[in-house]
Design a protein around this ligand. Structure first.
Ligand SMILES: *Cc1c(COP(=O)(O)O)cnc(C)c1O
Length: 403
């Protein structure tokens, strides 16, 4: 594959390995094991002296095609697929850490990620400090002599607040050289944000979201330097077993061919929906990284190449009005998932973020009227009409209650 070809071209062709049949579309290798021509050949593969696969927990041709295409997309030296996004996060962090090490992480994390850093890693003697993601001084103050990992997600779920990746990487360089900056890049998507170019060492994905893009399979990916992956990560993946299924890898591999088209269309629609919601009298505020009124618009400009397929907005009238608006939707579906072709809406305070204390929710900006929208591939006009009608209905009830 030529490195000169543009990303769109490489996402269609990169990593393709054809069998003796010369199939056009990449094949799905649903096999656990591989047979050898001779005992000597088996011995050579086990000794790493001959190329080839030995067992699908270690590697599989369809999974390898997905990994190579993902690495091209991210501009990373290497990629490893995993069975889910959480498997990717857990493997990446455990590969970088041992008992006695310290992690600094943004507190605004996907629930599972927060559990791993706050509860799971400390069980094995890893110390963690959670900071407010946007406060670089807090990141710096949290560094200790044994800090080995900085972990963040940006934009964050559900308020689309940003963390300055290059800023955290500079703190790593100054105060903890050699520590790993690990970025969960799910919300930004590989199209709109390149953490490795901003100084991160490792990028993790839930491929379940935009990479599948049609709400079908779970998968994850870990990307970074080849030496780190070979020396630190591979042994963890091989021996703990979060191997990506070849079927799911095939779905993801084919999805990568259309990723730029989908993400561009969904982002364009999300921007139009955000602008329309901002003018609705029942909406108190809209949070969208592509808008000039985003609290960190300057950082969004600097760090992201595009807006987002996600937005959040707060409805006047709290939980009751938010529920009324949600229940009045006809086209937009209610679901906590995201990155689907179908537009999905969730009320974070009672679903994805219900386990936070009310104080923690308030600190994170998750008020009772807040709704998070993942924008799909539907027509922008249809989505705006559906949301406007639902908000009109919610506002009417608020006015009646006020009378
Ligand atoms: C969904 C998600 C995960 C977890 O991914 P799974 O594929 O569901 O395991 C991790 N981080 C973020 C930001 C997510 O949105």
């Amino acid at each position: 594959m030529s490195d000169d070809w543009a990303l769109a071209t490489r996402l269609v062709h990169e990593g393709a390995m054809r069998s003796q049949f010369g199939e056009t579309s990449e094949a799905m290798f649903l096999t656990q094991g591989f047979v050898y021509d001779s005992a000597e050949e088996a011995a050579a593969r086990f000794a790493n002296e001959a190329p080839g696969f030995v067992y699908s927990r270690y590697g599989n041709p369809t999974v390898a095609m997905f990994e190579q295409r993902m690495a091209a997309l991210e501009g990373a030296e290497a990629c490893r697929g995993t069975t889910s996004g959480m498997a990717a996060v857990t493997a990446a962090l455990t590969a970088a850490l041992k008992a006695g090490d310290h992690v600094v992480a943004a507190g605004e994390l996907f629930g599972g990620c927060r559990y791993i850093v706050e509860t799971y890693l400390p069980r094995f003697g890893v110390e963690t400090t959670l900071v407010e993601g946007k406060d670089l001084a807090a990141w710096e103050a949290a560094v200790k002599p044994n800090t080995r990992v900085f972990f963040m997600e940006t934009p964050t779920n559900p308020t689309l607040a940003l963390v300055d990746i290059a800023g955290v990487a500079a703190i790593r360089d100054a105060k903890a050289p050699g520590a790993q900056v690990v970025v969960d890049n799910v919300f930004a998507t590989p199209l709109w944000q390149s953490p490795l170019a901003l100084g991160a060492d490792v990028v993790v994905y839930s491929a379940t979201k935009h990479i599948d893009g049609q709400g079908r399979c779970l998968a994850g990916a870990i990307l970074g330097r080849e030496a780190w992956i070979k020396d630190n990560l591979d042994v963890i993946l091989r021996q703990t077993g979060p191997a990506l299924s070849p079927f799911n890898a095939w779905v993801m591999l084919k999805s990568l061919e259309t990723l730029p088209l989908r993400i561009r269309a969904q982002t364009e629609t999300a921007a139009r929906v955000a602008d329309a919601l901002a003018t609705h009298p029942a909406v108190k505020r809209v949070l969208y990284p592509g808008r000039a009124d985003h609290p960190q618009a300057e950082l969004a400009q600097r760090q992201m190449k595009g807006g987002s397929t996600l937005l959040a907005f707060s409805v006047d009238g709290g939980r009751a009005a938010a529920f009324r608006a949600a229940n009045a939707l006809k086209l937009v579906k209610l679901s906590n998932n995201l990155g689907d072709a179908k537009s999905l809406l969730t009320h974070p305070a009672t679903t994805t973020h219900k386990n936070l204390t009310p104080e923690a929710r308030e600190a994170a900006g998750i008020d009772e009227g807040l709704l998070r929208l993942s924008v799909g591939l539907e027509d922008a006009g249809d989505l705006i009409a559906d949301l406007t009608r639902a908000l009109d209905a919610a506002a009417m009830k608020v006015r009646q209650a006020g009378e």
